[in-house]
Design a protein around this ligand. Structure first.
Ligand SMILES: [Zn+2]
Length: 421
C-alpha cells in the first residue's frame, strides 16, 4: 500500500485528460461545437484539471462554488470541501446568450489558436467581480495584476464538467522538467519517500533558496523543487536557464537522491495568502506532505504583509488540508554568524555593505538583492560567494551575456537598415 499522502478530498487523482480512442472521438465531436475562447489563465487552469493537479475538481465552477470559495473557502457541490480561489471560465454577455444550458462547447486557447477541451454547460451565471477581487486578492486595485485579469474577464461565467484534450506546448517545450502529479508520485514511491517538502520557485535558486531546501531535507525524506513553467513576465529568467542553474547547484551541493525537480503549468495570480493555499492543494495532489512558505509567498508589490501567507494556514479550518506548511523566516548570509541564517536565529542587525565592485565592506546581514546581482553581472564584476554559488552565477552570466549580444545586434541592424537575425 502506498505511504504517500492522499490527493485533496479524494482517494485517487482526478485526471480529466482523455487519451487514445476516446480523445480522438472527442476531438472529432468538438469540430461541430461552438468555440469558447479562453484566457491564458483559464487555459492553464484547464490543464491543471487535466493532469489531476486540481483534484477533485471536475470542471469550471458554478455560482454556489464560486460564492463558497470567495466567502468561506468551501465548495457546496463537494460537501463543503476546502478550496481557496474560484476556478471559473468567463465569456462576454452577448456571446453567452447564444449558448444554451445543456449545450456542449469547445474550449479554445486564444494564444496558440487550438482546441484544448470540451465542456457541457450546466450553468451560466453573473458574478460580482469586485467582491471576488476583494475576497481573493484583498484589494480591488486594478494595478494588481491578478485583479486586472479578473476585471477584464467577460461578464458571464460558464460552468460545467470538462474533458481535457491537450496539455498545449508544455510537454514538449518543457521536456525534462514538466511533470504530472501521477509521475511525481511514482518517482516518490520509487525513491521510498513518504514525507516530501515542496519548494516553490519562479526565480533562479540562490543561496537563500538552497538554505530552505537544506533545512527541509533535514526534516523530510526529500525535497521537490517545483518550478512554475510557462508564460513569463518581461525580465523573468526562462525555465530552461533556471533548470540548468538548479541542476548545477544540486549536483554539487546536495545528495541527488534527496532532491527532485519538476515543473507545473499554472499561471500565477499573485494572490499572496490565498494563492499559498492553492499552492498547498496542488502540491498535496503532487504527493507532497509539506510546502515551504517563505517571505511574501506568491505576493506582488506591497499588497500583503511579508508573513500573511504563513498566517493564513492558522486561519483556515484545522482539517482543511492534509499538507502542512513549513514556515520559514527571512533568510540571508550573516558575516558575523559566518553562515546562512534567518531573522529567527541571527542576533546581528546591521546590514552588510557590498560596494559596486562586489567587495564586502563591513556589517552583518547580506540581504540578497536581485537588482545588485544583475548589476554586478552585467558589469562583469565579481558576485560575492555568499550570494550564490559560482556554478549558478556562471550559468546566469552566460544567459545575460546572450541577451546583451542580441540587443546589440538588433541595434546595429536598425542603424544600418539591415535585418538582424
Ligand atoms: Zn548573525
Amino acid at each position: 500500500m502506498s505511504k504517500l499522502i492522499l490527493p485533496h478530498g479524494s482517494q485517487s487523482l482526478k485526471v480529466l485528460l482523455l487519451d487514445g480512442a476516446e480523445r480522438k472521438q472527442e476531438i472529432l465531436k468538438a469540430q461541430g461545437l461552438k468555440k469558447i475562447p479562453m484566457t491564458s489563465r483559464e487555459t492553464s487552469d484547464l490543464i491543471m484539471m487535466g493532469i489531476g493537479a486540481f483534484t477533485p475538481l471536475d470542471g469550471f465552477m458554478g455560482r454556489d462554488d464560486w460564492q463558497g470559495c470567495c466567502e468561506s473557502y468551501s465548495m457546496p457541490s463537494k460537501s463543503g470541501l476546502f478550496w481557496p480561489i474560484p476556478i471559473t471560465l468567463s465569456t462576454d454577455e452577448e456571446y453567452a446568450k447564444t449558448i444554451a444550458v445543456g449545450e456542449e462547447v469547445a474550449l479554445w486557447d486564444t494564444e496558440t489558436d487550438s482546441l484544448m477541451g470540451t465542456m457541457k454547460v450546466t450553468e451560466k451565471h453573473k458574478v460580482d467581480k469586485a467582491y471576488e477581487c476583494q475576497q481573493v486578492f484583498r484589494t480591488t486595485d486594478v494595478k494588481h495584476p491578478g485583479v486586472q485579469k479578473v476585471m477584464e474577464q467577460g461578464a458571464v461565467n460558464l460552468a460545467g464538467p470538462v474533458k481535457v484534450l491537450s496539455e498545449s506546448y508544455y510537454p514538449e517545450m518543457f521536456a525534462g522538467i514538466y511533470q504530472r502529479p501521477a509521475e511525481a508520485r511514482a518517482e516518490f514511491e520509487k525513491r521510498g519517500w513518504s514525507s516530501i517538502a515542496a519548494l516553490q520557485l519562479r526565480n533562479p535558486m540562490h543561496n537563500s533558496h538552497a538554505y530552505l531546501a537544506w533545512i527541509a531535507v533535514e526534516v523530510c525524506d526529500g525535497v521537490y523543487i517545483h518550478q512554475l513553467v510557462g508564460k513569463l513576465k518581461p525580465g523573468d529568467i526562462p525555465a530552461e536557464v533556471r533548470v540548468k542553474a538548479i541542476d548545477a547547484l544540486v549536483n554539487k551541493y546536495f545528495r541527488k537522491e534527496r532532491i527532485l525537480q519538476g515543473g507545473y503549468p499554472m499561471e500565477m495570480r499573485y494572490a499572496g495568502p490565498r494563492e499559498a493555499l492553492l499552492h498547498a492543494i496542488f502540491r498535496q495532489n503532487y504527493g507532497c506532505t509539506h510546502l515551504i512558505v517563505g517571505r511574501d509567498h506568491a505576493g506582488v508589490g506591497d499588497y500583503y504583509g511579508p508573513f500573511d501567507a504563513q498566517k493564513i494556514f492558522n486561519e483556515i479550518p484545522p482539517n482543511a488540508l492534509l499538507l502542512r506548511p513549513l514556515c520559514m523566516d527571512w533568510t540571508f548570509y550573516c558575516y558575523e554568524c559566518g553562515c546562512m541564517a534567518s531573522m529567527k536565529t541571527c542576533p546581528h542587525e546591521s546590514k552588510a555593505v557590498i560596494d559596486e565592485n562586489g567587495k564586502y565592506q563591513g556589517g552583518a546581514r547580506l540581504l540578497l538583492s536581485g537588482t545588485l546581482l544583475r548589476k554586478l553581472m552585467s558589469e562583469g564584476k565579481p558576485v560575492p560567494a555568499e550570494f550564490s554559488r559560482p556554478e549558478v552565477i556562471a550559468i546566469l552570466k552566460q544567459y545575460y551575456d546572450s541577451l546583451e549580444e542580441k540587443v546589440a545586434v538588433e541595434l546595429h541592424g536598425a542603424a544600418t537598415g539591415a535585418s538582424a537575425r
